[in-house]
Ligand binder design. Structure first.
Ligand code: EPU
Length: 333
């Protein structure tokens, strides 16, 4: 069994490319390996995926854990739908690709999202009119405190927009080891998102074509973390009471707004940041991406604190101008 590594750089473990260290780093390739190592790992523990939604603001004093648990196994298949178990360490986009190659549908709109299967179930990743919680049937975890296995049914995971119970501090003890997805055997494209619908001008695309279109859309808007460090959307789209949105719509008739149920309206954080004048701006080595202002970027050698300072300045300015409070999507460590 591999041993924890002392004084490990986290530079290649976070897509923001923040240069910090963990006192200890431990990568495990199976649930058994994780269970065997747990009693001897220095606390606190921080389990990470590909680090594509993390902002490290300082060195981590404890053990950073990373799952390399592989696997893609079809558990059941009745011709209408199939259940697939995927290991937490499987790259998310490889999972999507394998689903399509196996004639399993539902994940194609989530093509190209950085990260791994385990984190997808924690973050409830979403894009282009799809959310992963609609595909998840159960999440298998190891309780790092008791050393027991605990399986959560999707209904127990508290899924909401970019949220789950696994993000709560008291549930950080649950380390996801695998996820069971229910996918459809029947192809039915989900073209509800306007830009995606426009890409096909009324014809019915194949799943592989939807995947290609989603990747092209993402590439046109989002920076490649290998070139410009970033963690995708830094903020979540704010949900406000209807009357608040109506007041803003009177002042800004072009402001995008989406129904969020029960008298609530989801606003576009990108629009608010753009219209507050932040698109393409920077403070020191922290910048606002010029094509999608929801994305903050590391212009080269930025610290987590510098990125956070830019984020806080934007939050205060957007609040001053629109009286809407933005909250961060990225997990700060
Ligand atoms: N907009 C501007 N200025 C810009 C860019 C966008 O005003 O420069 C406005 C436009 O009005 C546009 C609206 O923002 O219609 C929405 O933009 P976009 O379609 O890019 O989507 P988003 O709401 O900004 C969300 C997700 C993305 C996901 C896209 C596509 C969140 C926090 N973000 O962004 O997810 O890829 O939709 O579905 O919900 C991520 O979570 O890391 C992520 C990239």
């Amino acid at each position: 069994m591999a041993d924890p590594i002392r004084g490990h750089s986290l530079l290649s473990h976070n897509t923001f490319a923040i240069d910090v260290k963990a006192d200890w780093f431990f990568e495990y390739g199976s649930e058994e390996e994780l269970l065997a190592a747990l009693p001897r790992l220095e606390r606190p523990l921080l389990n990470i995926g590909a680090g594509s939604n993390l902002l490290f603001c300082s060195d981590f004093h404890g053990t950073v854990l990373h799952s390399a648990i592989p696997g893609f196994e079809i558990l059941s298949d009745d011709g209408e739908s199939a259940e697939v178990r995927a290991g937490a360490g499987l790259n998310w986009d490889s999972f999507v690709e394998r689903c399509i190659a196996n004639g399993l549908y539902g994940a194609e709109n989530l093509s190209g999202i950085p990260g791994e299967v385990g984190a997808s179930a924690v973050q409830n990743i979403g894009a282009y009119g799809a959310e992963v919680c609609r595909l998840i049937s159960e999440v298998r975890t190891v309780d790092a405190e008791s050393g027991e296995i605990r399986v959560f049914k999707a209904a127990e995971c508290g899924y909401a927009y970019r949220d789950s119970i696994f993000k709560r501090p008291e549930n950080k003890r649950y380390i996801v080891t695998s996820v069971v997805f229910r996918l459809s055997r029947v192809w039915k494209p989900n073209l509800g998102y306007r830009a995606l619908e426009q890409a096909f001008e009324g014809r019915t695309p194949s799943a592989a074509e939807v995947r290609e279109a989603v990747i092209a859309l993402r590439d046109s808007k989002l920076p490649d973390p290998k070139v410009l460090g970033n963690a995708g959307s830094f903020f979540v789209n704010p949900v406000v009471p209807g009357p608040r949105a109506d007041t803003l719509s009177l002042l800004y008739p072009d402001m995008p707004r989406y129904s969020a149920g029960e008298g609530l309206v989801k606003l576009s954080a990108a629009w608010l940041i753009d219209n507050a004048g932040w698109k393409g701006q920077s403070i020191g080595r922290a910048g606002v991406y010029e094509k999608q202002p929801l994305v903050l970027v590391n212009l080269g050698g930025a610290t987590g604190e510098e990125i956070l300072n830019l984020a806080r300045t934007i939050i205060a300015d957007v609040y001053d101008k629109f009286a809407v409070e933005l909250s961060m999507e990225v997990n700060r460590i």
